[in-house]
Design a protein around this ligand. Structure first.
Ligand code: SF4
Ligand code: SF4
Length: 374
């Protein structure tokens, strides 16, 4: 049974050791980092840089603590993410969100290059076939996966599996474009976009949000480049009128997510990855959206484990039966559900954890070890 270490978000004493950065330091001390990382070993600290308006990411102070802990065992850390928008612009987003060499104490690099097409094709599984893994993540021998827990348009829940799977896959590929990259994951199980003219309010938010400029309104009529569309679902999410739909096979998607995670993890030797889930500022959407809504669940704390399935199971267990935060997206729902992320997304997100366990990535049985003394 894998151990999952936990530091609660609530503070009881007004001193540094009881703060979140202080507790993270303590958690990192609990793990024998020397058994995972070697002297001079290049180690990726994988996070999500967010977007220009989505500021609720893993904060730079926490990345700094991870970097310092890795330096403490003489590893050579760098902070990384894969390209979401144009590479140079994405580095600027990281900088604006406070993630740069000075703040985190290590180089900040793009895992799939400035053009988002630096990758290596790897066999993933029956659903995905081959997929393009970001070359830096493919080649680096060790990784610390720092995930901000939140909701997600397609995955319903975004934690370590989503960070490794979608975040470890390259944005694009030199020959087959987005279809071998992250788009291959997006399109699994998703049909084409359907526009309901009768419901459309012509607000054009869908046109604005599309990262690939697939939507154009001409004479108030919807034009859509079906071949270009990588089915990210952002347009359906922002539509205020319910005029856009993308019917999909959620079960197949969750399985594909686990397949992609397995492909990424398979590029590492066993015992070379540690996962940290930050159950903080838990908002309804992914950090790649143009803005971050207010949190829907109160901060819970920080979880650390070397088992991706255990940490994900512990996270969703911790989020269940929590009261929704007032003045949040949950205000639109009359009743108090026992599963807030499912209520918001209607996605069977726990299937990604089931699939990851079936694929041998870890165990849903875990032992929670709460760090008591701070
Ligand atoms: S699903 Fe994504 S890529 Fe496709 S049209 Fe909508 S926003 Fe654009
Ligand atoms: S976001 Fe919805 S309502 Fe607005 S233009 Fe697009 S389809 Fe129409």
């Amino acid at each position: 049974m894998s151990k999952v270490y936990f530091a609660p978000a609530r503070i009881k004493k007004w001193k540094y050791a009881d703060s979140m950065p202080g507790k993270l330091e303590k958690l990192l001390n609990e793990i024998n980092l020397l058994s995972f990382f070697e002297k001079d070993e290049w180690t990726a600290v994988k996070t999500h840089f967010g977007s220009e308006g989505a500021h609720r990411i893993v904060r730079p102070i926490f990345l700094r603590k991870v970097v310092d802990a890795l330096k403490g065992v003489s590893a050579k850390p760098f902070v990384t993410d894969t390209v979401r928008i144009k590479g140079l612009d994405y580095l600027e987003v990281a900088n604006q969100n406070g993630i740069n060499h000075l703040s985190v104490g290590a180089p900040v690099v793009l895992a799939d290059g400035l053009y988002g097409n630096d990758n290596i094709m790897v066999r993933a599984g029956d659903i995905l076939g081959e997929i393009a893994i970001a070359s830096v993540i493919h080649d680096v021998p060790a990784m610390f996966v720092c995930s901000h827990v939140k909701g997600h348009i397609q995955a319903g829940y975004g934690g370590a599996i989503k960070n490794v799977a979608m975040g470890g896959i390259s944005s694009s590929h030199r020959k087959c474009g987005w279809k071998c990259g992250r788009g291959a994951l997006h399109t699994i199980g998703e049909g084409k976009l359907i526009w309901d003219e009768a419901k459309c309010e012509l607000c054009y938010q869908c046109e604005e949000i599309c990262p690939l400029e697939c939507i154009k309104f001409e004479n108030e009529l919807f034009a859509y480049s079906e071949d270009k569309c990588w089915r990210c679902g952002r347009c359906t999410r922002v539509c205020p009128a319910g005029a856009l739909a993308m019917p999909g096979d959620d079960e197949r998607f969750m399985h594909a997510l686990a397949e992609a995670a397995k492909a990424v993890i398979g590029t590492f030797q066993p015992g070379k990855i540690i996962y940290i889930n930050f159950l903080t500022e838990i908002q309804p959407e992914c950090d790649c959206m143009p803005s971050a809504d207010v949190p829907v669940i109160q901060d819970q704390g920080i979880l650390v484990s070397d088992d991706i399935v255990s940490i994900e199971q512990a996270t969703v267990d911790m989020l269940s039966n929590k009261k929704p935060l007032p003045q949040s997206a949950m205000d639109e729902y009359q009743s108090e559900p026992d599963d807030i992320l499912f209520c918001l997304s209607r996605k069977p997100y726990k299937l990604q954890i089931d699939a990851a366990e079936r694929l041998g990535l870890g165990s849903k049985q875990y032992k929670l070890v709460e760090i008591q003394e701070f």
